[in-house]
Design a protein around this ligand. Structure first.
Ligand code: FDA
Length: 410
């Protein structure tokens, strides 16, 4: 708490004679985790106030899943999360499962569907999830105040907050301010900065679930492929995903690339198998037996969208009848497809990233209650912590589970 006692501009203030409006619990951040925690703590009898600087609650929920919110993944488990302590998420995830959230969704009569196996989306709109959370907050009596800036916090108990609403105080303070991704939706580094001021370590952050950008020359050569999606596998130094990739006018995207991006580090190469279904050369040998005069381009077009087959035959291998392919041609073909190895120029950054990888060190918190070990009454939940889910509903599942764990402990 050394850092907390120093009065630093922005967060820590002297407690001197603040006449504040008192509530049991203040939650900063009215996103997925903050609203869920407010509902849970309210249901448990606490008087809860939620503060957010944005003009709307749950903005990321509203924009998620293409507007239909992939609100959980039925098979979500610790193996779907990245973090320096891979065990931290286990307790909360096991005590509030995807089926618990699904029960809530069903109780509210929200229509949903399973798209890719395990991934549950609203059938109508992500608004249904926000409305559900607001209804749960209302029934627990939680109050929500938007467009509220937190100007300073005094860490002497009860906690005192200087805000644009005036002075507030609480016995329990929950930080649910999320990560850096999509700043235009209200994302900020508030939680990270606060942790640092309290002397809590923050692991280096980087954008995750984000498209790759490509070096200008490679990007220009792939320009005609924009919009093509195909099954592939994507390998980085630490991870392997077999999911679709998408060529875009900025680089590469699609689920396989987004997943890999969460593990990717600058200057690392990425190996993309463009035909993960089988060994290309074995398949080609069979085809050569059966249709020796078929052109390589037409063969590739049986595997891929034709535009991609044409591009590969223009840029990487010579188009010839299959029976005229030399060993050298075959090697060249395989080298450029299984895998096609590229070095991304970077990523599209926080502007489009779905999550922030890294964050507040979980070692400072109880994995059961999400309570800060060194400062009783303080909780951190959701994405601000160093717990990052894979694509497919895992990030919301962490938001719900960590929020419920804290909400029940408060
Ligand atoms: P969240 O970001 O939801 O909420 C943080 C809140 O804190 C915001 O309301 C913000 O305004 C507020 N705040 C920040 N700084 C503040 C400050 N200084 N003062 C006051 N308030 C402050 N996940 C998933 O599982 N399925 C999906 O389909 C998607 N899709 C998706 C699409 C896109 C485009 C994005 C950007 C993200 C996703 N995600 C996702 C990820 C998911 O949205 C994310 O992991 C959760 O919203 C995290 O929940 P939190 O409550 O932790 O943060």
């Amino acid at each position: 708490m050394r850092a907390a006692q120093r009065s630093k501009k922005g967060f820590d203030v002297q407690s001197a004679a603040m006449a504040a409006t008192h509530t049991d619990v203040i939650i900063i951040g009215a996103g997925a985790a903050g609203l869920m925690c407010a509902a849970e703590a309210g249901a448990g009898g606490a008087r809860v106030l939620v503060l957010d600087h944005a003009n709307k609650v749950g903005k990321k929920i509203l924009m998620s899943g293409g507007g239909r919110c992939n609100f959980t993944h039925l098979h979500s488990g610790p193996e779907n999360f990245i973090g320096h302590n891979p065990h931290f998420c286990k307790s909360a995830l096991s005590r509030y499962t995807p089926y618990d959230f699904l029960d809530l969704v069903e109780r509210h009569g929200i229509a949903y569907e399973e798209k890719t196996p395990g991934q549950l989306f609203c059938q109508n709109s992500a608004k249904d999830i926000v409305q559900m959370l607001l209804a749960e907050c209302r029934s627990g009596g939680a109050q929500i105040r938007l467009r509220t800036e937190i100007e300073a916090i005094d860490w002497q108990k009860p906690f005192h907050l200087k805000t644009s609403l005036g002075k507030l105080s609480c016995d329990t303070l929950v930080i649910a301010t999320g990560g850096y991704s999509v700043p235009s939706m209200g994302a900020s580094g508030f939680g990270y900065e606060l942790a640092r001021r309290l002397g809590i370590n923050v692991h280096t952050t980087r954008p995750g679930l984000v498209p790759f950008t490509l070096p200008p020359k490679l990007l220009a050569s792939l320009a005609t492929l924009s919009g093509i999606s195909l099954a592939a596998s994507v390998r980085t130094a630490d991870a392997f995903f077999q999911e679709n990739i998408l060529f875009t006018h900025r680089g590469l995207s699609g689920p396989g690339v987004l997943q890999a991006s969460s593990y990717w580090h600058e200057d690392e190469a990425v190996a993309i198998d463009l035909w993960p279904q089988a060994d290309l050369l074995t398949q080609l040998a069979t085809q050569r037996e059966q249709r020796p005069r078929m052109s390589l381009k037409n063969f590739l077009a049986t595997l891929w969208p034709r535009r991609l087959a044409e591009h590969w035959c223009t840029h990487y291998v010579h188009d010839k009848p299959l029976n005229q392919l030399t060993v050298e041609d075959l090697k060249q073909l395989q080298n450029h497809c299984q895998p096609w190895t590229i070095k991304p120029a970077g990523t599209e950054g926080y502007r489009t990233a779905e999550v922030t990888v890294g964050g507040v060190d979980t070692d400072a918190f109880s994995s059961k209650t999400l309570a800060c070990k060194q400062l009783p009454g303080l909780y951190f939940i959701g994405e601000v912590l160093d717990v990052t889910g894979h694509l497919g509903g895992h990030n919301f599942q962490w938001a719900w589970a960590s929020a419920v764990a804290a909400g029940q402990a408060i």
